[in-house]
Unconditional design. Structure first.
Length: 178
């Protein structure tokens, strides 16, 4: 009877306990891996869902701005120099002629300033005015509102030597084009 004690202990007690411990260890590792995978997938889902919602919001904003985009595309398709000249004439007609005078208009297709460092097509407009400060403010506001493709590059204001109430304005715009 003592001869079988060792094999009974090894095969009857130790090996089943070791097999049970190994199976329980594997089950614990599998459960831990599944839990981590689930948490990772939940985090990714929340991130993707918030990105999707943000994308839908941006898409809704773009849809609401569609009419403006079409208008801006038609503005960008026009020849900038003639459109600017026409717009300036319309603005000058609305303002008092004694308070605003267009003294120079120099369109240039040379890319300098902001346009030189961009891949977007652009041209440059140099415009000179003589006028009162308040009237010129209104004129610039109207010009930049009607032509959003203009980006102010340089503005110089000097005192007029002939009339103290008038100022000389020299403006350089970068005009973005299609």
């Amino acid at each position: 009877m003592y001869l079988y004690r060792q094999p009974i202990t090894v095969f009857g007690i130790v090996l089943p306990v070791l097999a049970t411990v190994v199976v329980l260890g594997l089950c614990y590792m599998l459960k831990t891996h599944m839990t981590q995978s689930f948490e990772h997938k939940q985090t990714n889902y929340k991130s993707n869902e918030s990105s999707r919602m943000a994308g839908l919001e941006i898409e809704a904003q773009v849809t609401r701005q569609h009419q403006h985009i079409e208008r801006w595309n038609t503005l960008l398709a026009q020849e900038t120099a003639s459109a600017a000249q026409t717009t300036l004439r319309e603005i000058s007609a609305k303002l008092p002629s004694k308070e605003i005078q267009l003294t120079a208009f120099d369109p240039s297709n040379v890319r300098t300033g902001f346009g030189a460092v961009s891949a977007q097509k652009s041209s440059q407009l140099r415009i000179a005015f003589r006028g009162t400060y308040r009237t010129m403010q209104r004129a610039f506001l109207e010009l930049e509102t009607r032509m959003p493709q203009l980006q102010l590059q340089e503005l110089r204001i000097d005192q007029n030597s002939n009339q103290a109430s008038l100022l000389n304005f020299q403006v350089t715009y970068t005009a973005w084009e299609n």
